[in-house]
Design a protein around this ligand. Sequence first.
Ligand code: B12
Ligand code: SF4
Length: 513
Amino acid sequence: MIAPDEPFLRPIPKRWIPREMSVAPALDPNAPDGPVEPHYALLINPFYPKDANASFGKHVLTPTLALSSFAATTPPHWRVDYWDENLLDGRPPFRPMPQVVGITVHLTFARRAYALADWYRARGAKVIFGGLHVLSCPDECAPHADALALGDGVQLWPRILRDIEANTLQPRYVAQYENDYCEDPPPRRSILPRRSFLTTTSLIATRGCHNRCGFCYLATDGLRMPYRMRHPQQVVDEFIADDQPYAVFIDNNLGSRRDYLHSLCAALRPLNKIWSAAVTIDVTDDPSLIRNMALAGCTGVFVGFESLSDNNLADSHKKTPKTSDYARRVRILHDYGIQVNGSFVLGFDHDRKDSFARTAEWIEENRLECATFHILTPYPATPLFHQMEAQGRILHHDWTLYDTGHAVFQPKHMTPQELEQGYAWIYQRLFSHASIWRRRPEQLQAIPLYLAMSYLYKRSNRFWHLLIKHDLVNPVWKPLVEVTRWRHVHFRRQLAQRKSLQAAPGQVVSAGV
Ligand code: B12
Ligand code: SF4
């Protein structure tokens, strides 16, 4: 048993982080203007500082679709390039100077987005902002951009380019997410650097979520995102076209509509590939769905447990099974070879100083292969933000620190410093040798790959730094992914032959992906 005050007995050592992962590359104020290249658009995912407590690997697991989704709607007479500042290749290019710079803006990298925008605009480029932060804080963003795209870029981008050509650019463009999702073209993945990500196949099959948690970005004022699904065959075609063995679904909740997930699994099954996805734990209401997920190649799920307190979950309006039933449900996933990455939010109003130890203990007892922690963060324009502001509990509006690694509000039963210490402690505890070992799969054959993946993912930030810097992420990981895929294909053949729903108890096929 972990002593309740264990996280607070000693100071938590700071973890190693190279400067280039915590500070954005410099923008030379004296760089000369160049001629602007007409019909050239540069799309930028700005730099954000990394958290040394977590794995650097998560930042190169799979790319965001924010830019590649709407890049697909660029007219053919435009050239479009992609630049992700988090791949450590220095500052974005400016020779030739693009006519248009499109930047995605989240609150944690808003300051960097503004610096980039100011720099490019001073040299003649037109800057367009889109993304979540533009939606929640448009007035803050507006002075830094020539135009704001509020909402769906897939609908707005061609209009914006047309208006730029006609010299009629408007300051704001608005599009809701109520259209037919099946009409969207597939994201233009060809603009992504293939060697830089574990897999370039970020797939998205659905948007929206059947829940409306008060802390989630989906509850942002002005965002209307009804649940929409792409046709399963469209998803399959994209998976095949990108020619990778492994895909990551970046859907908010792939399990929101079970009938849809059943049909998606049926379409994915013949591919003999592997994938992971975020789901809510209520998918386990239907064990036949978990079986179908396994048969279709699901090796891992990211589950937002959020908290082990029913009161916290009720406060945040999350419709979820009782926490006392979580363990049984984790077991169902494990029994179908699906590893579980549990996501936990720390600092809710019913959390006390002993919550960290209890959460760590539960994760170890239930052998969650991976866990991700977030300090509760009131994102602007969400119900949680309004509530905290009304209670006078917001400490500041420095969005850079709204990265779920810092306490930006006054917690109820501890100090902000204690919340940050508990957060650092729980990451270090779960990334320790002892904890990795305690959570090993029950099946002996599964242990070596589990250990390899766990050590590479959780204890190799120096290695990740080098892989990222030298564009080696995909070449180094692909063989491991291939072994996992091969083992999984073998596993699902056996599973398919079993008449009963039940799989082999405790057989987790892989870890790390
Ligand atoms: C992939 C992903 C990641 C990846 C890559 C992130 C990156 N920036 O490179 C990884 C794993 C590294 C990651 C890390 C983190 N993430 Co993240 N991530 C996502 C995820 C799952 C998908 C993003 C995506 O591709 N969405 C699909 C695209 C198509 O939607 P979109 O981004 O909204 O873009 C559309 C429009 O906004 C618009 N648009 C966007 N940009 C632009 C630009 C222009 C010019 C135009 C015209 C239009 C436009 O057009 C697009 C098409 O409609 C989202 C959840 C989600 N499903 O969206 C969370 C999410 C974005 N992440 C979030 C968070 C909190 C983080 C972390 C802070 C978590 C942590 N503690 O580490 C870190 C920090 C990273 C950071 N600062 O961005 C939050 C953000 C909350 C907020 N209000 O800002 C989200 C929403 C998850 C959540 N439910 O809370 N993340
Ligand atoms: S279940 Fe997850 S994605 Fe859905 S509203 Fe809640 S936090 Fe957001």
